[in-house]
Design a protein around this ligand. Sequence first.
Ligand code: ZN
Length: 82
Amino acid sequence: MEPMLIVALTVVAAAILWAAVQYALFYRRDHFVCPKCGHCWKPPLARMIFSVNAVNGKILRCPRCGSKEYVEPVRDRKKDVS
Ligand SMILES: [Zn+2]
């Protein structure tokens, strides 16, 4: 294989691995909170991957009130997650 191709594939593989780790960490310890109604939830993985990223958070539709909001990950606390 071409050396440049190997480098490119390594970078892509590292990026995918990094993203996988970030998602795994999110599901393990974080959730989103709707700023409108205060609902706490963890979106499905497909929604996480294809949603719009903004700064540290995402643009997501709240499953309870249906409002499309900018949400940032919040650390899980026992009383927050249903
Ligand atoms: Zn809501």
